[in-house]
Design a protein around this ligand. Sequence first.
Ligand code: HEC
Length: 398
Amino acid sequence: MEIDFAAWLGLALRWFHLITGIAWIGSSFYFIWLDNSQTPPADKADKAAGVTGELWAVHGGGFYHKKKYAVAPAHMPEDLHWFKWEAYFTWISGFLLLSLVYYYGASVYLIDRAKMDIDPLEATLIGLGFIVGGWVFYDTLCKTAIGKNNRVFGCIWFAALTAAAYALNHIFSGRGAYIHVGAIIGTVMAANVFMVIIPNQKKVVAALLAGEKPSPQLGIKAKQRSVHNNYMTLPVLLVMISNHYPMLFGNADNWLILAGLSASVWPIRQFFILHHKGKTNYWYPIVGVAGFIGVMLFASAGTQPVAATDKVSAAEVRAIIRTHCSACHSDMPTHTGIFAAPAGVMFDKMWEVRKYAAQIREQAVAHDTMPLGNETGMTAEERRKLGAGLAAAEEKKE
Ligand code: HEC
């Protein structure tokens, strides 16, 4: 028996990360919606008790009546629920997953020798440097006068992240660069909860229990971070699913594509926020979808379908695949650290090659995201030949 511990650990961490991430973002979306959808309290007694908004909802067979006390209730309830473990565990599981896949597996997933010839330790230190540096930059910027103006702050932070994506793409593989942009944003979001939002809420509660008036600054600072987190959510989710799409991270201008998609999702988020406040404006989603289509056209510009040719034989296609793919994509992989065909994809037989033709084209012809890290030094000429040979093999089949 041979147990692929890395794969099982990876599965457990990814599953855990997904669950905690849903719990975190789900509760965060819920509270934003709750905040934006409240109406002034109907009951005079509520108003007198400091209730600033209320909302009725029905869910799962019961009715809910939520009341918001903008500052605090007159008496602290015995049992007060906090929302923080969702954020902490999302970060912890994400960091462990990053360490396992991209740092422990740096030579396969993170390093691209054609871009920068570094060893796994150097790559790990650079990656961690970007994550810590991202938080220090962000936190410092929040505390300056710029932090008071959400729009200006948003533009500068967006530009800084785009610059980081550009720099990372010149150091790491495309997917390594993308995941680090996601790790910077995710770290900032979790650190906002851990370092600012929760400590400030604790100070407010302590002040109330001591019968003092809490400083309004505590609430203002927490609110600033909470607003930022709201807008960072959708881009971070995009990064987390991006490694399924070589058309994003495999593009030479992948940093621009990431910036473009992140910008195009902003009006969509804005639409929902305004909609819940009762201000519906359909121009926002129209602009968002137009932006998405614009990015699609930009990413596809200059790409050509590879024409079939008789000049590349099936034997040549097999030889290219044997040289550049079969160490991993085989029933019996020989590459160190690969115990089973990655993603279940194997190319031992010609019918398997044909079956995966579209995916092979996406990974190794249209983009150079396979072989991972281009360890075998696959050339542009071989990619072109592989594309032409695959097209010919498909035509013959029909
Ligand atoms: C060093 C090992 C390695 C080599 C060599 C390699 N691959 Fe992969 N390949 C992987 C891994 C690992 C994955 C799974 C990636 C993931 O987790 O997203 C994968 C996934 C894939 C997929 C599936 C992507 C999907 O849709 O999920 C295709 C198709 C693919 N590789 C094609 C190729 C081709 C074509 C070559 C040769 C030109 C090649 N690979 C060489 C490791 C390798």
